[in-house]
Ligand binder design. Structure first.
Ligand SMILES: NC(=O)c1ccc[n+]([C@@H]2O[C@H](COP(=O)([O-])OP(=O)(O)OC[C@H]3O[C@@H](n4cnc5c(N)ncnc54)[C@H](O)[C@@H]3O)[C@@H](O)[C@H]2O)c1
Ligand SMILES: O=C(O)C(=O)C[C@@H](O)[C@H](O)[C@H](O)COP(=O)(O)O
Ligand SMILES: [Zn+2]
Length: 394
């Protein structure tokens, strides 16, 4: 369910900050239901918005060092203005390498040193790394405390802050340690994206395109026309893309919260993408969204190879991602990371650790066309290896 609420007639919220219109997407999960608020100025308004839903609760902010420099002060000022008791923030290093057990252990120490109690609420201010790490810390602290997502990347606003997948990477693979733990509220401040580097924006755009590929062909048509506006900072286009993405994800999560079936569709491109990320070593050479872009192209190429999908649809996807500026093959990784083993066999070995493996067999997310993704367990390894080899060759 979505509503758009312009707040006061002069475009200002009760606390006087500019709103520019706030859309609300509801994630319907019974007792665990929550709102995703989307619009400019929500970081500064977070204090009031959290207090409305979780009154009188002690708060603690987790963020990363880069995000802290841009957005921590306005958040803390807003929390203080709302009269919240706020502990000293926890600040972790920026980047994917932070999403690991050692850092989780430090965060747990930090939470406990600050004297959290079961009523405490963790506020995760940042991208998917802070959201996944913070959400997992909240899931296990005192056997579970509430948390609020304040996503500051496009990727986090359209994907990672929604749906309750939390966790960290392991040396065995991506996101292999974690828990389902839903946030109580998501505040997606679209103005926060103004400070986001272009490369990070593009990485998030890959997950936006993913929703079109899964089950929203009209949305993909819209992205073909308006994708450049989304990327170039058009506020209305951005807000629309984020809202539709959140609606698409919320619908799937509401139908299958813990991924017993349908939710696997949200993994389109991820079996391939996670294998690339594992071999790349979770550094800055390959961002998650970039891996997803390459992985979606491989998933469509595999679907074409198996005679399931028109080649023209795979070409439309590849062309759109490439025109946006995203990588569409794995070939550049060979040059960027020459120490890696960029062979199909090695990537297949990473894929064997995928959480969608059942009885030793992978579940692939394939497509019969744009917006027609489906789950398939009947895929010949030779076809997968051939698609990997083609992508690695460029
Ligand atoms: N839980 C889920 O459902 C889910 C979904 C998709 C992705 N993920 C995970 O999310 C992670 C990727 O998230 P991400 O792409 O947000 O990366 P990220 O959290 O590493 O953020 C990207 C970079 O941008 C910086 N940054 C964040 N917001 C900023 C802002 N407003 N201005 C300037 N800099 C800013 C960060 O400091 C970081 O350096 C991966 O670990 C991926 O596995 C999880
Ligand atoms: O929410 C989901 O479900 C997803 O699969 C969203 C993905 O974009 C995201 O990268 C997720 O973290 C992948 O989950 P995993 O279970 O494959 O690790
Ligand atoms: Zn993803």
């Amino acid at each position: 369910m979505t509503t758009t609420d312009g707040k006061a007639a002069d475009g200002r919220a009760e606390d006087g900050t500019a709103t520019g219109g706030t859309a609300t997407v509801r994630v319907d999960l019974g007792a665990r239901s929550y709102d995703i608020l989307i619009g400019p100025g929500l970081i500064a308004r977070a204090g009031r918005l959290i207090a409305d839903r979780l009154p009188g609760r002690p708060l603690l902010v987790l963020t990363d060092a880069t995000v802290a420099g841009h957005h921590l002060r306005p958040l803390l000022d807003g929390l203080a203005a709302a009269g919240a008791a706020v502990a000293e923030p926890l600040v972790v290093p920026a980047g994917e390498a932070t999403k690991e057990m050692g850092r989780l252990s430090e965060v747990m120490d930090g939470l406990l040193a600050r004297g959290i109690e079961r009523r405490s609420v963790l506020v995760a201010l940042g991208g998917g790394v802070v959201g996944d790490l913070g959400g997992f810390a909240a899931a296990i602290a005192l056997r579970g405390i509430d948390f609020v997502q304040v996503p500051t990347t496009l990727l986090a606003q359209v994907d990672s802050s929604v749906g309750g997948k939390t966790g960290v990477n392991s040396r065995h693979g991506k996101n292999l340690i974690g828990a389902f733990h839903q946030p109580r509220l998501v505040l997606a401040d679209t103005a926060a994206l103004d400070t986001l580097p272009r490369r990070e924006l593009l990485a998030g755009y890959a997950e936006v395109v993913k929703y079109g590929m899964i089950d929203r062909p009209d949305f993909f048509d819209w992205l073909e026309a308006h994708g450049p506006a989304v990327l170039d900072g058009d506020a209305a286009a951005r807000a629309h893309a984020i809202r539709v993405s959140c609606e698409a994800k919320a619908a799937i999560v509401a139908a299958d919260e813990t991924e017993s079936g349908l939710r696997e569709l949200l993994n389109l491109g991820h079996s391939f993408g996670h294998a690339l990320e594992a071999e790349a070593g979770y550094g800055s050479a390959l961002l998650h969204g970039e891996a997803v872009a390459i992985g979606m192209v491989m998933a469509f190429d595999l679907s074409v190879r198996m005679g399931l999908c028109p080649a023209a649809d795979a070409r439309r996807l590849r062309d759109h991602l490439a025109a946006a500026g995203l990588p569409v093959t794995a070939a550049p990784l060979r040059a960027a990371l020459p120490g890696g083993d960029w062979s199909p066999a090695r990537l297949l070995a990473h894929m064997a650790k995928d959480k969608k493996v059942k009885d030793g067999r992978l579940t692939f997310i394939l497509a019969r066309g744009i917006g027609r993704a489906f789950r398939c367990r009947d895929v010949a390894q030779a076809d997968v290896a051939a698609v990997l080899a083609e992508s690695l060759a460029g």
